[in-house]
Design a protein around this ligand. Sequence first.
Ligand code: DX5
Ligand code: ZN
Length: 217
Amino acid sequence: MSVLIAPSILSADFLRLEKDIEMLNNSEADWIHVDVMDGVFVPNISFGFPVIEAVAAIAKKPLDVHLMISQPERYIERFVKAGAQYLSFHYEGSIHLNRTIQQVKEAGAKCGVVLNPHTSVGVLLDSMADLDFVLLMSVNPGYGGQKFIPNSLRKIEALRKLRDALNPDCLIEVDGGVNEENAADIISAGADVLVAGNAVFKAANPAQAIKNLKTIV
Ligand code: DX5
Ligand code: ZN
């Protein structure tokens, strides 16, 4: 299977969001990554339900909603209703992880857990069998356009071992600072899905940038 590409609309032009979604619809993008920030779990605030619903109405690719919010269990059903087909929330923001995972699945979305750069992949030992995907942050969450943290490669390799042993169908998604220069290393470490914000939307030709990431080996 070739790597899946999930462009992050955090780096899109919000004044012409419809055009950017149409570009993604007509591109080789696999998922559309949607970053939700609450100003508490992370220092930044992005967007919420009305924007996600508007995007879902015209998107022809599944929405991959990444919740950077405290106590995500308060809003799971609303995000699925708004259009999230893949829904992930942070390990660090949810005390009763197992319960929140079941909540996402019962709401009808594919469930992912997100780990911050300092959180060891070993914390997922007892959750791996329940997950559709794991999202590894390769920057500290909150902003687009940051630099990839090199230790993330070691974490991807460790997570791949855990995944292969416990749940081979679970996808490994990597988010933060991914670009055409480091994508080959990230893929060979074990990533199945690459999130890319600036590498896509700040490129002269975003659709071509998606194609380039997709065909890197
Ligand atoms: C960061 C977000 C990322 C961000 C990635 O908190 O979770 O999804 O949009 O942007 P780039 O690819 O520019 O690092
Ligand atoms: Zn994200």
